[in-house]
Design a protein around this ligand. Sequence first.
Ligand SMILES: Cc1cc2nc3c(=O)[nH]c(=O)nc-3n(C[C@H](O)[C@H](O)[C@H](O)COP(=O)(O)OP(=O)(O)OC[C@H]3O[C@@H](n4cnc5c(N)ncnc54)[C@H](O)[C@@H]3O)c2cc1C
Length: 435
Amino acid sequence: MNNKPKKTVIIGGGFAGITAANNLKNSNTEVTIIDKANHHLFQPLLYQVATGALSPGDIAAPIRAILGKNSKIRVVLGEVKKIHPRKKHLSLVNGRKIPFDQLVLAPGAQYNYFGNEEWQEHAPGLKTISDALKVRERILQSLEEAEQLQDPQQRQMHLTYVIIGGGPTGVEMAGAIAEIAKRTMRNGFKNVKEEEIRIFLVEAAPNILNGFPEPLGDKGKDMLEELGVKVLRGTPVVKIERDTVHLKVGSIHSSNIIWAAGIKASPLLDSLQVEQDRLGRVFVNGDLSIPGYPDIFVLGDAAHFKDPSGKPLPALASVARQQGIYLGKQLARKEKGNYLPPHFRYIDKGTMATIGTAKAVANIRGLKFSGFFAWVLWSTIHILLLIGFRNRINVFVEWVWNYITRKRGVQLITDRSRCRHCSNNEVQVGRKKSI
Ligand SMILES: Cc1cc2nc3c(=O)[nH]c(=O)nc-3n(C[C@H](O)[C@H](O)[C@H](O)COP(=O)(O)OP(=O)(O)OC[C@H]3O[C@@H](n4cnc5c(N)ncnc54)[C@H](O)[C@@H]3O)c2cc1C
């Protein structure tokens, strides 16, 4: 019998990859986890970095700090370029080849511009810390510009915010922008009047919060409208240019356009050359392996795993975490010939979205909540799910501070390349210069 430990390689240190690695740490397997970022990112709170409520360090933790203590787990900072499933190795962008006996693929997803990649430049999405900082800079910069401008049309463009996509991310973003633009920041900007600020949430489907049961979409819309957000439902976007969103009926001029409308799986999966769905997700078996490759597994946003009704599981952190736990345990037990059931089962514990500082909608195991109680539930669950005691404490303190004072802590502008009115020698229009 061959007792040599198996080489298990995990691609991606997101929710699925980190939990899979954590559940493998007491096994005999040699684990290597590869990520192109050096940190695990809690994406559900990215919009809070984009709106200045939290700092990047509050929602991210270095992968080495999470897993590096375990002598059997190696952490590699690198981008995987190609997977060779038959030869059982993968190659990194820097040319390094890494062999594996078992491969766990958890590279997540990216924003889907539905074939209009040129829109990305004008309407960035929120996926990484640098995306969130870019959006934060735009929001703060536009308020600064409006403060100095006289021309009403120009002012309106800077004081208009368009969020495209009425899922939880778009709804959370619109609520948070309404609060900062209309409440938190207004005291500091003496020339900006509340009635000048316009926030649009644009959704192509007939309602927002589509994954939520019926009344919650309407409740979410009412709460957003109370905050001053105009919710445009059944309104597809036809084109995006710099500072303009063209809708089926009319256009909106805005220097703050944010994309939150749909995702597609990581392009890395294409190199497997196996069956994928229209969003690029790989079809997986009940045990998360790929048909024809019993030692290659795909998890999280990258996987098309059918629920009992035949629909794919949604792209949620809870799905990714549960799949990571299942597979980590399964691979650890496999060594001992002691298997879990050969079929992953997802336990839906609920979905929720926050709207502004003290309101949310939540569907917990069929029970529907909205308002303050839903927000307390949302805050508690998100704090518990964050990795690291320090991050939990930081986020808790920031939220209590924000709730009491209605102030956003993080309002620094460091990149002024988009500023058209800064008269500072360090900055020139359309050009970045280090400061
Ligand atoms: C703004 C936003 C808000 C969200 N809000 C919620 C929410 O409220 N509730 C909820 O349940 N879900 C939410 N989600 C979805 C949730 O974050 C995802 O479902 C979850 O992150 C998927 O986990 P994953 O492990 O599959 O992928 P990810 O967490 O995305 O991790 C993938 C990892 O793979 C790495 N990677 C990718 N390609 C490569 C490569 N080629 N080489 C090396 N490394 C690579 C990435 O750097 C990343 O660290 C939100 C997502 C976003 C973007």
